[in-house]
Ligand binder design. Structure first.
Ligand code: AMP
Length: 194
């Protein structure tokens, strides 16, 4: 929603990895060993993907799900400095664990265009047609309660320290993400526009 309203390209390493997996590349196969269990993919793989994405794209971007470790954040700082660029803001979307479970269990992803939808809200229960491109909707193989538990453990161990990292740099902005998606979107949008 931010990418389309602001006309800024968005990059999500998770989505890039799923594309690599679908294409059956070496990177995709290596990443699957981690993603299927909800573990973080090693920093070198992720940082290489982001470097080459930045090489191909302009100076404006929205990172989604990146960085997720201190190693990635430090690599990003160094890379942006080399490019004469800097982060404007870091948005922390905060939601209760029960809300995260509910959203993950209701998430549908298009196998053709990769867009995400919410069962019941964006797509009628039982429908498997993508509202954006007509492709077929399915579940992600890491959207199970067990894998989500692992992902939350990884978050606490590797990603949570980034809150202090970006707070110290005056970049962090917290958003209450327990609310419906339109309200969360407006909060993020209004903050970035201010
Ligand atoms: P996501 O699509 O953001 O939910 O990510 C799906 C999975 O891809 C994660 O559970 C990780 O295994 C992997 N992944 C995505 N982004 C990163 C990242 N920045 N660092 C390490 N692994 C990642």
């Amino acid at each position: 929603m931010m990418a389309s309203r602001c006309q800024i390209p968005r990059v999500s390493p998770g989505a890039l990895l799923r594309e690599e997996s679908r294409a059956g590349t070496e990177v995709g196969r290596r990443a699957e060993e981690f993603t299927r269990d909800g573990r973080l993919v090693p920093d070198d793989v992720i940082c290489d993907l982001v470097h080459s994405w930045l090489d191909r794209n302009g100076s404006e971007f929205i990172f989604d799900g990146f960085p997720r470790s201190l190693g990635q954040a430090r690599d990003l700082d160094a890379d942006l400095q080399r490019r004469g660029m800097a982060l404007d803001a870091v948005i922390l979307l905060e939601a209760e664990i029960s809300v995260l479970f509910e959203r993950v269990m209701g998430r549908l992803v298009c196998t053709a265009c990769g867009k995400n939808f919410s069962k019941g809200a964006d797509v009628a229960a039982g429908s498997t047609d993508c509202p954006a491109c007509g492709g077929s909707l399915g579940r992600r193989n890491d959207d199970s309660p067990e894998v989500l538990e692992n992902r939350l453990r990884e978050y606490a161990q590797s990603t949570e320290p980034l809150i202090a990292y970006y707070e110290e740099r005056g970049l962090l902005h917290r958003v209450n993400a327990n609310r419906p998606q339109d309200e969360v979107f407006e909060s993020v949008f209004n903050f970035l526009a201010s």
